[in-house]
Design a protein around this ligand. Sequence first.
Ligand SMILES: Cc1ncc(COP(=O)(O)O)c(C=O)c1O
Length: 381
Amino acid sequence: MNHSATYFDHNATTALDSRVLQAMLPFLSKQPGNATSRHSYGRAARQAVDQARAQVAEAVGAHPSQIIFTASGTEANNLAIQGMVESNSQILVSAIEHPAVTRPALTMRQRGNSVASIAVDASGKLIDSSLQNLLSQPTSLVSVMLANNETGVIQNIAEIGEMVRSQGAYLHTDAVQALGKIAVDFSALNVHAMSLSSHKIKGPQGAGALVLDKRVDIRPLLYGGGQEKGLRSGTENVAAIVGFGQACELIKQELSEQALIVTQLRVQLEAGLKKLGATIFGDQSERLPNTSFFAFNEIDGETLVVALDRKGFAVASGSACSSDSTEPSHVLLAMGIARDLARGAIRISLGGKNTATQIEVFLTVLENELLRLKRLSAIAI
Ligand SMILES: Cc1ncc(COP(=O)(O)O)c(C=O)c1O
């Protein structure tokens, strides 16, 4: 494994921040407490979990009592979708959701629910009239992500909330990619539930949260000891939760500075990409500042990812979570991008430690690799 490779895949996961690790260490090595135990060890663990709950809540403008810790963003999405939907009703999900939303929605078909997809336009934004039309059928739950993991396109969730509420349905938003990259305010977003994940924000893998409006009627996925207000039984992963809380604390201090760094780097990157002839997806819309999703005509995305990896750059071809699939990105297809161009898609997701020099070197390497791949395909023909 090439550990000196330049990491351009921060939407897939982020390295643990050393300050987060420091906060976690006592709970990994010294502190044996189960947060439900009554003795001093248990109380210390409970106190640590409650502090993290307050930190996560503060980072998203929620009350600590609204935070339900889970093991991942995927679990938070499953809890919202499977727990909030009413039987025999319609579920609406946007056409660009992560599989961690779409798949749990589809499993609800076995329980008598119907699932419909809300269309997006060529810029990756939800089409309001598509949502309005679908809402004419009795609907119990709508799920629209705050920011897309591939394009970075940000949706007007607060406006969508108005439409959904006026029809008496619940609105869930997957804010896994938005947290740490843009300001996220639970009450301003006007949603009933919102999913978060720790490992996308320099926290550890193995922690996530569902932020929940307390008036929502929701059933748990897991039953047992009744932790997390009975909504997520299972002994809390104290160290991971503490790390998640600490990572949220860092967002509060560093978000604007980090956003500025990655914004400047992306301007430099996309200027270079355009010179090389790239199509940049969703660039007409408001996007996460760190994300660039692009393709070159007649260049296969998977091939380019492998070629760039050999040259020391870690980039993604579409969603990392579906990287075993050879199908073009469902997000791009939903935006009406031609299949051939969509097959070429590459995602670069920057982090605050990336530098202008890395972008400069990357653009030179990319130019050479594009020339090489074009020469190879010319020989093959
Ligand atoms: C938009 C979105 N939702 C959910 C997830 C899943 O989160 P986790 O990895 O914490 O299960 C991801 C991960 O890539 C994501 O990008």
